[in-house]
Design a protein around this ligand. Structure first.
Ligand code: ADP
Length: 366
């Protein structure tokens, strides 16, 4: 915007000052003047955009700082400059430090200094506006992208489920002969793809959904999770120990995400030759938090990988197990949305323990 379009509001009860200001700056900028605050509020209401508001400190009824502080609520964009002949230094420092005014100028003003201030202020104004516009564009793109991913993921699931249904029919059909196990291979590929799609949906929901508080029955949740993985853990022993003497109020969806990912990994990363594979899930609830421990006697994780396993797409080549490397990332995100923590300890070749702490919110009990 060229300089003549810089729009300035100057408020001062000394009309001579207003006239001098208009005479000096009228040619360079669009100048609005007001001898009292009522008129200044009216101009702000009617003449947007105003890029810069200059106010005299000593005015009847309200000080310049008070006025500039007040307009910030409704008009946060214009930069605010205080004009003052004498000033309580303490009040001035506080006003500048709290961001209520951009700069202060001594009366009588120096024309060159004021020009300079106006130009600098205007530069800040335009930079802020550009930044805001870019932020809005970024938010919009981000929003569209994640909605696109969600809707694609969602839509992909129904044809996948149809494929699984047809596979089941084929397996039951005596006339379909499959000596090489192709149907089984197709089925496991479809299940892997479905698992990946479900993780993307979990990721989307975790980043989008508000926290919802409801009573959590940990034993029930854990049993349901184990049941849903029944096809994976033919010979794994589960040791469940839930100590929940008080109600736990938390986010059911996110707790499920965490349990799902930790328990499925504990099953998945068992040693192939282990005679007695087990997964232990311990929960201890108290009025302030729940501590969930998921341990296994599986392959373990080498120390150098421990700091990476929560990163997006990080995975080891362990046993060539299927996976997308996002389960622990999503679990960590979900825990952090709930205001909790997740830690891991592991001994390579012996097993792994994840410890999750989630705050209890009894104050949200209905
Ligand atoms: P994925 O299982 O899809 O590879 P995750 O994000 O769930 O992705 O896990 C990241 C990596 O952490 C895995 O590739 C695996 O190497 C390691 N890991 C996670 N849980 C365990 C566990 N219980 N035992 C051994 N390794 C594990």
């Amino acid at each position: 915007m060229p300089a003549e379009h810089i729009r300035i509001l100057y408020v001062d009860d000394e009309v001579n000052n207003l006239a001098a200001f208009r005479a000096t700056f009228r040619r360079d900028y669009d100048v609005f003047t007001a001898p009292h605050f009522d008129e200044a509020y009216q101009i702000l209401e009617q003449e947007q955009p105003i890029h810069l508001v200059i106010a005299d400190q000593r005015m009847p009824g309200m000080t310049g700082v008070e006025f500039l502080t007040d307009i910030r609520k409704k008009y946060p964009d214009p930069l605010r400059v205080l004009l003052t002949a004498h000033m309580d230094m303490e009040a001035l420092i506080e006003a500048v430090n709290e961001g209520r005014i951009y700069r202060y100028i001594r009366k009588p003003w120096n024309e060159a200094e004021l020009h300079n201030t106006i130009h600098n202020a205007y530069e800040i104004y335009t930079t802020r506006m550009e930044l805001r516009e870019k932020m809005q564009m970024l938010e919009k793109t981000n929003d569209e992208l994640s909605r696109f991913i969600y809707s694609v993921s969602h839509d992909l699931r129904s044809p996948l489920m149809s494929v699984l249904g047809i596979l089941n029919l084929a397996k039951m059909d005596q006339s379909v002969i499959d000596p090489n196990g192709y149907l089984q291979m197709i089925e496991s590929s479809v299940l892997r793809l479905d698992d990946f799609i479900q993780k993307i949906i979990e990721y989307y929901k975790n980043s989008r959904l508000e926290i919802e508080y409801e009573p959590i029955n940990f034993r029930q949740q854990i049993e349901d999770t184990i049941e849903s993985f029944r096809h994976l853990h033919l010979n794994v022993e589960f040791k469940i120990d839930v100590d929940q003497p008080v109600p736990f109020i938390g986010d059911n969806f996110r707790i499920n995400v965490v349990l799902n990912n930790l328990i499925s990994n504990a099953i998945k990363y068992q040693k192939p030759d282990e005679q007695n594979p087990w997964v232990a899930i311990r929960v201890k609830v108290n009025p302030s938090q729940a501590v969930i421990e998921v341990s296994d006697n599986g392959i373990g994780i080498v120390q150098e990988h421990l700091q990476n396993i929560f990163k997006m797409f990080f995975r080891t080549k362990s046993l060539n197990k299927p996976g997308a490397g996002i389960g622990l990332y999503i679990a960590k995100e979900a825990v952090s949305r709930m205001g909790g923590t997740i830690d891991v300890r592991s001994v390579y070749g012996e097993g792994t323990t994840f410890v999750v702490c989630i705050p209890n919110h009894p104050e949200h009990a209905r």
